[in-house]
Design a protein around this ligand. Sequence first.
Ligand SMILES: [Zn+2]
Length: 201
Amino acid sequence: MVVKLFVGSLLIVLAGCNASKNPLRKEVKLLQKGVIKDDTSYVYALPYEEGKTFRVIQGYFSPFTHKERAALDFNMKRGTKVLAAREGVVVRVKEDGTRGGLKSKYRSHGNNIVIQHPDGSRAGYWHLQHNGALVNVGDSVKKGQTIALSGKTGYAMVPHLHFLVWTSKNGNWQQIATRFQTSKGIKYLKGWKKYQNKTIN
Ligand SMILES: [Zn+2]
């Protein structure tokens, strides 16, 4: 418990600083500030139920475990319904992992689902509960469909959902920041903020 509190406060302290030299990091900052105006990128749904609010405990390129990752960690207790942020075909399911924690030996236990979108990009949903996948490889899933139950398997300090999107650019897979529909409009999410999944008509 003491360790948890310590690491938790460390995260808060580090949330504002960034160590990554990845050029995408700068682009993400500009996108978050709305400086890049002609943004025609896809608008993702938050990967949880309508009306629910969760906090992003690690944003893009944060220095804890996302140093070189354009990934988001949503703080959620085990067994929370995880919804597809975008439609596609399930290309990977792992749900046999049972262990989780901050030890590298737990990395291989990280249960996950990968969905390929119509434009060829892919989204990953990580740290799912043991036997927590509700879809199979080859299934077509709709945006907003419940695909899994969250957990804490793999390399994870607390139960959460690690979400990331990557796309092929010139033959190389590259992680990208994505924007989401939130109760306060379309946003690039930031670390330590809470976001409610609410459709605005
Ligand atoms: Zn993460």
